[in-house]
Design a protein around this ligand. Sequence first.
Ligand SMILES: [Ca+2]
Length: 230
Amino acid sequence: MKKIILLPFAIILLFISCTNDESDDIFIPPTEPITEDNIPNECHIIEKDGLLIIEAENFNLKGNWRTIEDDKASGGKYIEYYGANSYNTPNLAHEISVSFKIDKASNYLVRWYMRQPDESEGDLANDVWIYFPENLGQAYINNSPYILEHYEKFVSRGQGEFTYGGALDIHEPKSSSWMRVNFPAAGEYTLKICARSQFFQLDKMVFSIGMTDVEAQEASKNLTETTTCD
Ligand SMILES: [Ca+2]
């Protein structure tokens, strides 16, 4: 009598046990190969409301750049160059880059939030080499557009707080200029930066369109980058 009562429980236990084993052990192969149409999600930095903001900590770092956490920095982080100065020519061992997406032909003013260390005097630790591949960067010399075909010095000042600014310091011909970047069509583009000054700190890049520089500064102060995923 006792065996008859226990039998249904034994069968149920066996069934649960087998089911669990199967779900743990069976490997289900992917049903379709990975193609261009079903690759895993990829995210891109994009423009929003006239601002394309790039957090510096999203650059692909190389050489003597490092990411540092700081509550004062946008996104809680900035990057610092801790290698030797490279004032005369870009040293590609410390070249970093970041990619982003543009949705239509457009021309942006290029600025940034940067900081010099507290102990830096004057114009120490306040610049980088900057270049947009495909010669998309532009300066204005004698009120005429000037195509930037290689790295140029980009500089500003700021201590204590990360500070909005950034302008070109071109040596041949010698000129100081705002920097703009001209994207000819929708697509993915890259910004390259190469180290120039030891202990320079970069928080974020700010590209603006359809607003004044003062408006861009106000609007970008407490904003981080915008991303979209496929
Ligand atoms: Ca940042």
